[in-house]
Design a protein around this ligand. Structure first.
Ligand SMILES: O=C(CO)[C@H](O)[C@H](O)COP(=O)(O)O
Length: 262
């Protein structure tokens, strides 16, 4: 039963559930990828079913598309939607300027396109994702399969000139085979430990031939809904700072999850 969620999953759940309240009737909504975004999609499905909420959802991966269909959300492509009112997505790290590392789930290419085509991007995250300086989480870079080893060498050479602590780029694997993204590409995970100038790094990486997109989201995110293991939720707003949001329940425990199906 969901009442037995770990503190991290509780934090993800309450953040996602609170962010789902930001979605209004008639909106075109970008739907992120990952375990936190999956809570969001399930909650929006409940609102569609129980409240008659009418939205068009633009998924950022085949996984999310499948889940959104399963829970009854009308799914359209980004080109059909044109422009989005809101995108809600998870993140692997966020800093005080609400810059992000994304792509732990390998979907950052579609996620960045969808978020950029939105009036607003709201990130949902457990509090452990907040960092002073980005870079402890390996930075995903999507590369085309052709000549990927040459691309990796060029990336490592470029990293030598950057303000980072590490320069190794590891091919992401899926068992014995390279991981393949929804676009048929591979992912290199850059172990940088600390990124001194994320804006500059994002630009430099995307100039390397073979790189499709990096997982740094600079000046894209407007708000982060931060969940805690005890059920508390805070909002980090790029304009308004930190705002304490209503706790979703009296505390952690069974009743926090009583609205969820098994
Ligand atoms: O960027 C992502 C997928 O590409 C995810 O949002 C990120 O990896 C966070 O995942 P989770 O919510 O499972 O912690």
């Amino acid at each position: 039963m969901t009442g037995e969620l770990s503190p991290i999953d509780t934090a993800k759940y309450v953040a996602a559930r609170r962010a789902a309240d930001m979605v209004e009737d008639g909106m075109r909504v970008g739907l992120g990828t990952g375990s936190t975004a999956a809570w969001l999609v399930r909650r929006l499905g409940e609102r569609v079913r129980d409240e008659g909420l009418r939205i068009k959802g633009v998924p950022t991966s085949t996984r999310t598309a499948q889940l959104a269909c399963e829970v009854g959300i009308e799914v359209v492509s980004l080109d059909q939607a044109g422009w989005l009112d809101l995108t809600i997505d998870g993140a692997d790290e966020f800093d005080g300027d609400l810059n992000l590392i994304k792509g732990g789930g390998g979907a950052h290419l579609q996620e960045k396109i969808v978020a950029t085509a939105s009036d607003q991007m709201v990130v949902i995250a457990d509090a452990g994702k907040e960092v002073e300086t980005l870079g402890a989480f390996p930075l995903p870079v999507e590369v085309i399969p052709f000549g990927w080893q040459t691309t990796r060498t060029l990336i490592e050479e470029a990293l030598d000139t950057m303000d980072v602590l590490g320069t190794s780029a590891a091919l992401r694997m899926n068992g014995e085979a390279p991981f393949v993204t929804d676009e048929g590409n591979h992912i290199l995970d850059l172990h940088l430990q600390r990124i001194g100038n994320a804006r500059q790094l994002a630009l430099v990486l995307n100039q390397v031939p073979g790189v499709v997109e990096n997982g740094l989201f600079i000046d894209i995110c407007d708000k982060v809904v931060v969940g805690y293991g005890d059920g508390r939720v805070e909002l980090r707003d790029i304009n308004a700072g930190t705002i304490e949001l209503d706790q979703l329940a009296d505390g952690a425990g069974e009743n926090l999850f009583s609205d969820l199906a098994d």
